[in-house]
Design a protein around this ligand. Structure first.
Ligand SMILES: C[C@@]1(CC(=O)O)c2cc3[nH]c(cc4nc(cc5[nH]c(cc(n2)[C@H]1CCC(=O)O)[C@@](C)(CC(=O)O)[C@@H]5CCC(=O)O)C(CC(=O)O)=C4CCC(=O)O)c(CCC(=O)O)c3CC(=O)O
Ligand SMILES: NC(=O)C1=CN([C@@H]2O[C@H](COP(=O)(O)OP(=O)(O)OC[C@H]3O[C@@H](n4cnc5c(N)ncnc54)[C@H](O)[C@@H]3O)[C@@H](O)[C@H]2O)C=CC1
Length: 226
């Protein structure tokens, strides 16, 4: 494994994207969806080229050259301009200031690369080929999209709700493990996929300790919009 995978909390963090072409805009959108403040710098493009992106809260679009001050407080930087010198200059500035930098046209000069991502709410599946083949990463992501549908988002929500309730029973660690593993089950997933709420409730009752059966009715709120 050449790169170490992490899930980084960038809510309210300042991120810089150099270059507002297709690649830079894609990166800016993903950053915004994770709650970051994005500074998009490109002297040759203007916000009216992509009004929807430009209007997204958290985005600042500057149609001018990069300045040193743009990097103040930045936690992640992305060199996505079509210009190798401009990307290289950003890489050097980031190196001086220990800011992790992703480089779209020369990944080996950067400190991290991005995976292809399939999200079902908090269930996030990320695929990387270590830079060997972005097309293969995209293909794998598409396969995951076909296999992990909405029912996984709902199951993830259900499990997130049940987790503190189960832990609150103060059972032994092996008992907790057996309950949590039993809840991740094809029968429950099938019931969610089929929108068979009676089967869901029965399936949950069969897996949860008696003390939590009173909560099974509340769970309808989690899957009613499936
Ligand atoms: C190293 C990396 C650095 C980085 O950007 O982080 C990088 C680099 C480069 N990509 C290039 C091309 C393409 N990139 C895509 C798509 C994606 N590229 C992404 C990530 C990464 N791309 C990192 C490695 C990921 C890994 O492999 O683990 C994804 C996963 C995530 C994202 O960008 O958000 C996103 C998929 C989103 C999705 O669909 O899910 C497609 C597919 C397509 O468009 O059909 C093509 C055309 C097909 C092809 O070339 O394979 C080129 C050559 C440009 C040229 O030809 O000159 C370089 C430069 C080079 O390789 O040197
Ligand atoms: N990592 C990835 O996933 C991919 C990377 N690439 C590479 O990424 C780069 C960008 O690709 P695209 O967005 O498709 O190209 P693009 O040509 O659509 O966008 C490049 C942008 O960089 C801007 N730019 C040029 N000089 C600049 C400077 N000095 N400072 C700031 N911005 C500047 C241009 O105005 C333009 O908006 C290319 O080098 C390409 O080879 C391409 C496809 C995928």
């Amino acid at each position: 494994m050449r790169y170490y995978p992490v899930f980084f909390d960038i809510a309210n963090a300042r991120c810089l994207v150099l270059g507002a072409g297709g690649v830079g805009r894609r990166k800016a959108r993903t950053l915004l969806s994770a709650g970051a403040h994005v500074i998009l710098v490109d002297p040759f493009s203007a916000p009216d080229e992509d009004p929807e992106l430009a209007a997204t809260p958290g985005l600042s679009w500057y149609s001018r050259d990069l300045s040193d001050a743009d990097l103040d407080g930045v936690v992640l930087a992305f060199a996505a301009s079509g210009n190798r010198e401009a990307n290289g200059a950003l890489v050097n500035r980031c190196r001086e200031r220990n800011i992790p930098c992703n480089v779209a046209d020369k990944p080996e000069d950067g400190t991290f690369i991005l995976p292809a991502v399939h999200c079902q709410e908090d269930l996030v599946l990320a695929v990387s080929t270590g830079g060997a083949s972005p097309a293969l990463a995209r293909h794998a992501r598409q396969k995951l999209e076909a296999s992990f549908g909405r029912e996984y988002a709902v199951l993830c929500r259900l499990l997130g709700y049940l987790r503190p309730l189960v832990l609150g029973l103060k059972l032994s660690q092996p008992e907790n493990r057996d309950i949590f593993r039993s809840l991740v089950d094809e029968e429950l997933l099938d019931a969610l996929r089929d929108r068979d709420w009676t089967k869901c409730e029965n399936s949950l009752k069969a897996r949860l300790p008696q003390a939590l059966h009173q909560h099974v009715g509340d769970l309808y709120a989690f899957y009613k919009d499936l």
